[in-house]
Design a protein around this ligand. Structure first.
Ligand code: ASP
Length: 600
């Protein structure tokens, strides 16, 4: 090694020792005679002192040093003079008195500060990712990711799982997105597809008898760029044979509790992980991925609303719809503008409008003291004081709170209140950033109808097993069939999902037909799966969890790009490499590709 110690490890115990260090110049301070260099490597920072009276040539070298130069220094570890210790720095009690120094490589002035945690425009960070990754925050994120993946590997190894790699060049596996295609040179006109996930491969591994498989797998999906997605991302992909769904859910629950306690002990995990049915979670939170770090559950007010003389309420209920609400605690004083914004949000989710009921003013005592003239609402004159109080009680509201009420068809009511709940949660900072609230959502419908094409589409993917008792509905009422599918959510994000799988040819073929595939297409695309199921396929199931999202949650970052070493931009560009990029005519010819003019 070019160094004997790392910068970050030096402590009082090393005083008197001669050490050789190598790293980057974090800061350089010239105090007339003395030059101080904060020398940084992966482990941390230590102060190095260059004294012309101790070593003149060495001091001259230090004179040349600038930020981010790569340097090597030898010297003696000494206690810092009393009063000059830096308690914020783990090495802050010592410094190294340099005897010898050399610049291994100078550096141009970086386009942003490496030694400061200042906001830098993201495209600039991505353009110079290697410098961005040199910054302390990103180093921490990468270390956290490393520790997390290592923990997962050790945990699953101890549970008897084996890690098996599966191909990247394969045939398309349907997960609902567009495939990335790779043209074949050897087979003109044919293409590999990059896997959207190793779904079919892991199922084949179950047929092969491995029983417990996992992989830290790269997945590729050519989706239109939406908020926090990447064209390629990493999953913990797992499959087991001879199991029920709870076996997988319990395993993952144990894994994530142990993982957080070990690598992020300062974070709180809510235990045990609750299980919700899809219907339940939609009724109570208006979304299938609620943030469970706070309450504000949706409550059905239809019975009270039906007794009012407010037309919007009564006609919704009479028409088979619902009136539901949530309480925004302490928000009775909201301005016209604030209420308008909430109204806008409800409308953007399809609601006809939002009815707000402000209950007096904050600090105005209990509900008993509420009088009609304290209530501010467009609906006030159509509701009796009793009805208002009844609604408030159901929503666990009191004086000073704001009731948000939506009327309409059940699903629109749920979705819009779900969005409002999330919004209020954010505005009032109800979600503790140091808490992880994991949960499972189960019992999704197996299929949903694509209104455009008229075809049924899988809610999860076509390999998901329907409930045994619902199989008979496949031909008569496909929309009523429930799937053995489960999602894992955390803090308002979907972090993964899985299912028990179909393992007989007959049932798998039935589902493919229902999805609109012709028998020829089924053979062409999935013949290998149907065939494999005829050679003793065990009952099996699995799950896949988004590693990037989980690291993001543990690192308390806002986007997954913060925890991926070399991510793409929102428009799928790699700014360091400038990819995608054109290729040569020879390359295209070899691949039998003729580019055609983009049609206008
Ligand atoms: N392959 C699925 C996915 O990527 C997960 C699974 O069913 O195991 O979402």
């Amino acid at each position: 090694m070019l160094k004997s110690h790392s910068c970050g490890e030096l402590k009082k115990e090393h005083v008197g020792q001669t050490v050789t260090l190598a790293g980057w110049v974090d800061r350089r301070r010239d105090h007339g005679g003395l030059i101080f260099i904060d020398l940084r490597d992966r482990q941390g920072i230590v102060q190095v002192v260059f004294n012309p009276e101790v070593a003149k040539p060495c001091h001259e070298v230090a004179n040349q040093m600038r930020s981010e130069f790569v340097v090597r220094v030898s010297g003696e570890v000494a206690r810092r003079p009393p009063g000059t210790e830096n308690l914020k720095l783990p090495t802050g009690e010592v410094e190294v008195t340099a005897h010898d120094a050399e610049v291994l490589n100078p550096s141009r002035t970086p386009p942003f500060y490496i030694n400061e945690d200042e906001e830098v425009e993201e495209n600039l960070r991505l353009r110079y990712r290697y410098l961005d990754l040199r910054r302390a925050g990103m180093q921490e994120n990468m270390m956290l990711r490393h520790h997390m993946v290592k923990f997962i590997r050790d945990f699953l190894d101890a549970e008897g799982f084996i890690e098996i790699e599966t191909p990247i060049l394969i045939k398309s596996t349907p997960e609902g997105a567009r495939d990335y295609l790779v043209p074949s040179r050897v087979h003109a006109g044919k293409f590999y597809a990059l896997p959207q996930s190793p779904q079919q491969l892991k199922q084949l591994l179950m047929v092969a008898g491995f029983e417990k498989y996992y992989q830290i797998a790269r997945c590729f999906r050519d989706e239109d760029t939406r908020a926090d997605r990447q064209p390629e991302f990493t999953q913990l992909d797992l499959e087991m044979s001879f199991i029920e769904d709870e076996d997988i859910l319990n395993l993952m629950e144990r894994l994530f509790i142990a993982l957080t306690k070990t690598i992020k002990p300062e974070m709180k995990v809510m235990e045990p992980f609750p299980r919700f049915s899809y219907t339940d979670v939609m009724e109570r939170f208006g979304t299938d991925k609620p943030d469970l770090r706070f309450g504000l559950e949706l409550k059905d007010l239809s019975d009270i609303a039906a007794r009012s003389s407010f037309d919007i309420f009564t006609s919704a209920v009479a028409g088979g719809g619902k009136v539901k609400g949530i309480c925004a605690p302490g928000c009775a004083g909201y301005s016209r503008k604030q209420l308008d914004d909430l109204n806008q949000l409800a409308r953007s989710c399809g609601a006809g409008g939002l009815v707000t009921v402000a209950l007096g003013e904050a600090g105005g005592g209990g509900l008993d003291e509420l009088t009609q003239d304290m209530v501010r609402s467009a609906a006030a004159k159509f509701l009796t004081l009793e009805q208002i109080k009844e609604m408030a009680e159901r929503l666990e509201a009191t004086v000073g709170d704001l009731l948000l009420v939506v009327a309409g068809d059940a699903s629109t009511v749920n979705t819009s209140l779900g969005a409002l709940r999330q919004e209020i949660g954010q505005r009032l900072k109800l979600a503790d950033p140091g808490t992880l609230a994991f949960a499972y959502v189960k019992d999704f419908p197996l299929l949903r109808k694509n209104e455009e094409t008229g075809y049924w589409e899988p809610e999860h993917h076509p390999f998901t097993r329907p409930w045994d008792e619902d199989v008979s509905l496949l031909d008569t009422a496909p929309g009523k069939v429930r799937g053995k599918h489960y999602d894992m959510i955390c803090n308002g994000l979907e972090i993964g999902g899985g299912s028990l799988r179909i393992y007989t040819t007959e049932l798998q073929r039935r589902v493919f037909r229902l999805l609109g595939y012709t028998d020829d297409e089924i053979e062409e695309r999935f013949g290998h799966m149907l065939e494999a199921f005829e050679y003793g396929a065990p009952p099996h199931g699995g799950i896949a969890l988004g590693i990037d999202r989980i690291v993001m949650l543990l690192a308390r970052r806002e986007t997954i790009r913060e925890v991926i070493a070399f991510p793409k931009t929102q428009s799928a560009l790699d700014l360091t490499f400038n990819a995608p990029a054109p290729v040569t005519e020879e390359q295209l010819t070899e691949l039998h590709i003729l580019l055609r003019e983009e049609e206008e």
